[in-house]
Each structure stands twice: as structure tokens, then as C-alpha cells.
Design a protein around this ligand. Structure first.
Ligand code: SAH
Length: 246
């Protein structure tokens, strides 16, 4: 049997939002490599595993991607069951695709386990239905942060008529506002900024496109947070039942 790595989504934070498949992978893991957006509470499902933190926060310098990949390869080749645990979904702004390709090129089988991505969970926790019928015919997930600092096509996003969910936007609120306003979005478009979605520390700041930068400042919005921009933010559907473990 080929060596195998599981690329597993840990969900947005609430351990109850893990999938059964993620729990199964964790239970059989010998090595678990975790990113910093993963809630350590999910490690209760892998007390047997050696846990290696490869995150970027907490004052540590980021572990270089090449090092992470070589470490996965080494453990997998030694026959260990390796779980690479990422926040949210591994393939939504999580480099899951690139890690999977690299491992496959090195002869390692990869199994990807979906996780609930932060944008979906954050919206639901705040009573926002991203594709509310008659209000929004779609949802677009974008990152405000790119490797090469290239600009998004804000005009297309402003005019696309879908709800926008922006990841990694906290440091770029002014650019997001400028891009969308210049692109023709109405200044009164409702905006929700959701910090620590699904965690007990979750906070939510409601605003609109025109005032979002100042409102976020006054609120002290900090990362990790997602922005939801669209008419659906103006509706308030039921809040998700959130039962925290522990
Ligand atoms: N793969 C992850 C995204 C990783 S990119 C996923 O699917 O959710 C990192 C960004 O995700 C953060 O900058 C933030 O925008 C968002 N994010 C991750 N966890 C979050 C959380 N609990 N609450 C709000 N935003 C979160």
C-alpha cells in the first residue's frame, strides 16, 4: 500500500462542526500537523498522535511551506498515518490543492476531507443566509490578500449580483471599499464583519459599504475575520444553534 496523507478540514473553530470523517482520520492519525487557525480543542480526538504545530501566528515565524511539505513526506514515507489539519476547508484558501499535488508527485496518496469553511459558518452563526431566495442568486468567495498583491476585479464583483464573502480582508478594508464603490456598488450595501466565527469569542460588527472601515476601527476588528457584503446581510434569519464543547 502506498503511503498516504490525509488533508483534513478542521472547520471554523467549533469542534462540533468537524465532520465524522475528520474525526475518523484524527482517531487513526500517528502524526498531526496543524495550522494555527485550528482550534486545539479538536485534538481531543487524537490523544495518541504526535502533534506538530506549523502555524504562522502566536509570535512564531511562519514555518516555510517547503519545510512543511518535506516533513509530511518524511513521516508518510516512514509509514506513519499523517493528518494535515487545516482551518475551515483545506481547499478554500488553504493551499490544500497545492499540497495535494506536491505529495502526489512524490508518490504519496492523498485523501482530502472537507471542512466547513469560515465564511459559511460565520454567516450562518450571525443569522445571514448567503443565497436567500429572491435576494441573492449566488455567493462569491474571495481573498483580499494575494501572493503578488494583484488587484481583484472589483467592478465585476460589485456588479455580479452575488453575495461576497471576503477572507483575509481585515488589513485591506479601505482597498475593498474603494474597489467596490469605484466598481459601482451602492454605498448603502449592508456589510457584516465576523471575527472568530463559531468560537465562544465570536464577535460581529454590522455596517455598510460606506462606513465599514471606520466602524471596523471603532469595533477593534481583528483577524481572523470574514466580511459578508450583500443585500442578504440586511435580512435576519434564525441564528444557528451553537452548542460549544467543553
Ligand atoms: N481554509 C480556511 C481559510 C484559511 S485563510 C477556511 O476554509 O475557512 C484564513 C482566513 O480565513 C482568515 O484570514 C479569515 O478571513 C478566515 N477565517 C478562518 N477562520 C476564521 C474564523 N473562525 N472566523 C472568521 N474568519 C476566519
Amino acid at each position: 500500500m502506498n503511503a498516504k496523507v490525509w488533508l483534513v478540514g478542521a472547520g471554523p473553530g467549533d469542534p462540533e462542526l468537524l465532520t465524522l470523517k475528520a474525526v475518523r482520520a484524527l482517531r487513526q492519525a500517528e502524526v498531526v500537523m496543524i495550522d494555527d487557525l485550528v482550534n486545539p480543542a479538536v485534538l481531543e480526538y487524537c490523544p495518541q498522535a504526535r502533534v506538530i504545530a506549523v502555524g504562522k501566528r502566536g509570535g512564531c515565524r511562519s514555518t516555510p511551506q517547503a519545510f512543511i511539505q518535506r516533513l509530511m513526506l518524511r513521516h508518510a514515507r516512514q509509514g506513519r498515518c499523517v493528518v494535515r489539519l487545516k482551518g475551515g476547508d483545506p481547499c478554500i484558501f488553504g493551499r490544500g490543492g497545492e499540497e495535494a499535488l506536491w505529495l502526489q508527485r512524490h508518490g504519496i496518496d492523498v485523501e482530502v476531507v472537507n471542512g466547513i469553511t469560515a465564511g459559511l459558518a460565520g454567516a450562518t452563526q450571525c443569522g445571514i443566509s448567503l443565497t436567500s431566495r429572491g435576494v441573492s442568486r449566488g455567493v462569491t468567495l474571495v481573498t483580499a490578500h494575494t501572493q503578488d498583491d494583484s488587484e481583484l476585479n472589483w467592478a465585476a464583483l460589485a456588479q455580479g449580483g452575488t453575495t461576497l464573502v471576503v477572507y483575509m480582508g481585515v488589513a485591506r478594508l479601505a482597498e475593498i471599499r474603494r474597489g467596490l464603490l469605484d466598481g459601482g456598488m451602492t454605498p448603502t450595501m449592508p456589510v457584516a464583519m465576523i471575527e472568530n466565527a463559531s468560537l465562544p469569542t465570536q464577535r460581529e460588527c454590522r455596517s455598510d459599504l460606506l462606513r465599514m472601515v471606520e466602524d471596523a476601527q471603532g469595533f477593534g476588528l481583528s483577524s481572523p475575520a470574514i466580511l459578508v457584503i450583500g443585500e442578504v446581510v440586511g435580512e435576519q434569519v434564525a441564528r444557528a444553534l451553537r452548542v460549544m464543547a467543553g
